[in-house]
Design a binder for this molecule. Structure first.
Ligand code: PHE
Length: 339
C-alpha cells in the first residue's frame, strides 16, 4: 500500500515537471491543479497516516518536493510573464484586451508623416522605391558617371554577391526611376531610408532617412523652387521662419543650393548647433540638370523642373531636442515611450 502511494507521488512530480505551459489556458489549468486552494497536492499530505512510522519522514519530504516543484515552475512562469523582455512567443497573448497605451509612433515616422502632409496640400504625391539600387539610378542617370569626383561625396555600400548593386546613398535615385516611367507633369515626394558608409557617432549614422521632392513641368523656375521651400519651412518650423539659399554643388542640379532656416541664437545650444551663425542647413536643392532629364527620356527643351532632398533625423533632433542620432535605432523603450 505505502509503496504505491510513494509511486503515485513520484508520478505526480514527473507530471508537474513535464507539464508545459504554452498559453493562458494551460497556465490556468496548471494553477488550479497544482497551486490553487483546491490543488491535488494538499490532500496527499493527509495520507501520511497510512505510511509506516519508519517511512513517514521520507513521505513528507516527497510530498513537499511535489509542492515545491509546482511552486517553482509557477514562479518561473510568472517572472517571465512580468519581465520587460517578453521574449517568448506566448507572452504576447493577442486575445488580451489592450490596456493603456498600445504603442507609439517612432519620432522619424512622426516627422516623415508631417513633411508628407505638408507637401500633399500643394499637390505632391508619394512615390516610394527600392533601397537596393543599381549604379545607373543612384549615380549615372543623375549625371554622376563612374570616375566622377562627386561620387566621393557619398561613401557607398556595394553589395558583394549582387553584382553592380548598391544600397542607395540618397533618395534622388527615385527621381530617375520615376521620370523614366512617367511623363510630366511630375510632382512627387519620395521618403525612405538611405545608407552611407560613414563612421557612426552622435551626429552621423550609416543609415538614415531622406525625403526627396521632384517637380517637372513646362517653365518651372527657380522662383517656384524658392516659394515651395519657403512654404514648407513655415509650415514645418512656424509661420515666422526665415530661409536663405546658399549656392552649392550637386551633379544632378544646376544651379544648386543649400537651404538654411534661421534658428536663432537664444541659448548656448543654439550657438553650438548653428556654429554661432543662427542659421541651420536643412536641405539640398536645385534646378534639375537638363542632362538628367535627357537621361530619363524627358525633353529638356520642353520641360524644366526642380528637386530637393532633406534629411529627417536632423530635423527630428531639432524639433524634439534629441542629442544623439544613435537613439533612433536602438529600440530603447525609455526613448521610444516619450513620443
Ligand atoms: N541627394 C542630395 C543629397 O543626398 C540632396 C539633393 C536632392 C540635392 C535633390 C539636390 C536635389 O545630399
Amino acid at each position: 500500500m505505502s509503496q504505491s502511494i510513494f509511486e503515485q507521488v513520484k508520478k505526480l512530480i514527473a507530471e508537474i515537471q513535464q507539464f508545459s505551459i504554452t498559453d493562458q489556458a494551460t497556465a490556468e489549468q496548471f494553477r488550479t491543479q497544482y497551486i490553487g486552494s483546491k490543488n491535488v497536492i494538499k490532500p496527499i499530505f493527509s495520507l501520511i497516516g497510512q505510511v509506516p512510522a519508519d517511512r513517514k519522514k521520507e513521505f513528507g519530504q516527497l510530498v513537499n518536493q511535489a509542492k515545491q516543484t509546482a511552486e517553482e515552475k509557477w514562479a518561473a512562469y510568472s517572472d517571465n510573464l512580468n519581465s520587460d523582455a517578453g521574449s517568448s512567443a506566448f507572452h504576447q497573448d493577442m486575445t488580451m484586451p489592450v490596456m493603456g497605451k498600445p504603442g507609439t509612433k517612432h519620432p522619424i515616422t512622426i516627422v516623415l508623416d508631417q513633411i508628407v502632409s505638408i507637401f500633399e496640400k500643394i499637390g505632391f504625391e508619394v512615390a516610394e522605391d527600392m533601397e537596393i539600387e543599381d549604379d545607373w539610378n543612384n549615380f549615372t542617370a543623375l549625371n554622376t558617371p563612374e570616375d566622377h569626383p562627386a561620387r566621393d561625396m557619398q561613401d557607398t555600400f556595394y553589395l558583394k554577391d549582387f553584382a553592380g548593386r548598391l544600397l542607395r546613398t540618397h533618395t534622388s535615385s527615385v527621381q530617375s526611376r520615376f521620370m523614366s516611367k512617367h511623363k510630366p507633369p511630375i510632382r512627387i515626394l519620395a521618403p525612405g531610408k538611405v545608407y552611407r558608409n560613414e563612421t557612426i557617432s552622435a551626429r552621423s549614422h550609416c543609415q538614415f532617412h531622406q525625403v526627396e521632392g521632384l517637380y517637372i513641368d513646362k517653365s518651372v523656375s527657380m522662383a517656384d523652387l524658392k516659394q515651395t521651400l519657403l512654404y514648407f519651412a513655415k509650415e514645418m518650423f512656424g509661420s515666422d521662419t526665415k530661409i536663405r539659399l546658399r549656392p552649392s554643388y550637386f551633379p544632378f542640379t544646376e544651379p544648386s543650393a543649400e537651404m538654411d532656416i534661421y534658428w536663432g541664437l537664444k541659448d548656448a545650444t543654439d550657438h553650438r548647433i548653428t556654429k554661432g551663425t543662427g542659421w541651420l542647413e536643412i536641405l539640398g536643392c536645385g534646378m534639375v540638370d537638363p542632362a538628367v532629364l535627357s537621361n530619363c527620356g524627358i525633353n529638356p527643351n520642353e520641360y524644366s523642373g526642380f528637386a530637393f532632398g532633406m534629411g529627417i533625423e536632423r530635423q527630428a533632433m531639432l524639433l524634439y531636442k534629441i542629442p544623439d542620432i544613435r537613439y533612433y535605432f536602438e529600440n530603447d523603450l525609455r526613448f521610444l515611450n516619450q513620443f
